[in-house]
Design a protein around this ligand. Structure first.
Ligand SMILES: [Zn+2]
Length: 391
């Protein structure tokens, strides 16, 4: 079953489209990372194929009796959003398990991706659409995959109810692939539903955006993430609160954090920030950065910087609130108060907003596949410059 966290407006929009038989040929689900775009697209695919919509003919009882009470039908359990798709019929199940023959899923990948790697992505999507695996660095939607989709859409569906195509992270598409997709969207074959997901519309071809019905997903609130962690993953309340604060609106991030050693990562972030002030020990500093870049992949380094960002934000909040307000302030690392007060008291000219910008820029560089070592060296130097301390 597909479980969607919140996003009531988006679900209501899809529900109404279905009730009024005004389902579009193409949808574009857009919204921040970890808001549930894939989950909602899969629910919409279920809704397209659900047997409640294409009922199978009921088997005729062998003998009819005027006097027998009709046997009560057991009520099937329904999934959340059950009015869009039941979630339990064979079609719904095969959609969520990624085994439906009339569902095509296209996602960014490396041109050299192996069959096993591609299967693993689908498997992870079936296991939890909020936590799809991403095995490649700087992947793209490939023109070959769009061409294959075009071929598939021109054929008749296996089960006679049409074909659904999901194109994930559609913003990761170069001009050639985007133009090929545009051709499909301009003349969608009958009985097809094409769904795109994108974190933002900024990088997308406007002509593609204009041919899709946009469905906007909102960033999840802390309360929604806490509730989902407790109810769906059995996380104890206090830990759920802490994870939700760190997840910053992304349920994907929250699930990643559940698998991580949060304390170790945070200690690394503290060490990293401390290292910024050791410019009088360049050898020690370079050894530290070399080891960091060698022993961690890009995703881990990004997490490290996210923890740095949270600590610096906390420092900023700590500095801007009076002692009486500190209890209520939105400090995340409440157990690190000593380190925060050290930071604020020892470096009165520390430029918090500028350091926050630098950290965000460094994370973007990592996302854009700039060499990690370079990102770390430049960042450390910038933090030092912005700390207001004298060499
Ligand atoms: Zn169903």
């Amino acid at each position: 079953m597909i479980s969607i966290i919140a996003q009531e407006n988006a679900k209501e929009f899809l529900r109404r489209a279905r009730e009024n038989e005004r389902v579009a040929h193409a949808y574009l689900f857009h919204g921040p990372n970890g808001s549930g775009k894939e989950a909602l697209a899969l629910l919409t695919a279920q809704s397209f194929f659900c047997e409640a919509r294409h009922p199978k003919p009921a088997p005729q009882p062998a003998t009819l009796s005027l006097f027998d009470e009709p046997a009560p039908q057991p009520a099937a359990p329904q999934q959340e959003g059950g009015d869009l798709a039941c979630g339990v019929c064979s079609a719904c199940r095969r959609v969520s398990e990624m085994t439906h023959p009339d569902v095509r899923v296209i996602f960014p990948r490396a041109a050299s991706a192996s069959e096993d790697e591609r299967t693993e992505v689908l498997r992870s999507l079936a296991a939890n659409p909020y936590q799809r695996s991403r095995p490649w660095e700087n992947p793209n939607i490939l023109i070959d995959d769009i061409r294959a989709l075009k071929r598939d859409l021109s054929m008749t569906s296996y089960e006679g109810h049409g074909i659904v195509a999901l194109i994930l992270e559609a913003e990761r598409m170069k001009a050639e692939a985007a133009n090929a997709l545009l051709k499909i969207l301009e003349e969608p074959p009958p009985q097809t539903l094409i769904m795109l997901t994108a974190n933002s519309l900024a990088g997308m071809l406007p002509t593609i955006v204009s041919r899709c019905q946009p469905v906007r997903l909102l960033v999840l609130t802390r309360e929604q993430i806490v509730a989902a962690l407790q109810q769906k993953h059995g996380v104890p309340p206090e830990h759920a609160q802490f994870i939700a604060k760190l997840a910053n609106g992304s349920f994907r991030r929250a699930l990643d954090l559940l698998d991580e050693d949060v304390d170790t990562r945070r200690q690394q972030a503290v060490d990293f920030l401390r290292m910024a002030f050791r410019f009088n020990k360049p050898v020690e500093q370079m050894d530290f950065l070399n080891a960091l870049a060698q022993d961690h992949d890009r995703r881990e380094l990004r997490q490290l910087l996210e923890f740095c960002l949270l600590l610096v934000r906390d420092g900023y909040v700590f500095k801007s609130t009076s002692a009486s307000q500190k209890q209520d302030a939105s400090i995340i690392n409440t157990d690190q108060e000593r380190m925060l007060s050290d930071l604020v008291n020892n470096l009165p000219n520390f430029d918090f907003p500028a350091v926050i910008n630098e950290l965000e820029f460094a994370m973007e560089c990592l996302d854009r596949y700039v060499q990690p070592w370079l990102v770390l060296v430049v960042l450390l130097h910038r933090i030092y410059q912005l700390s207001g301390s004298r060499r």
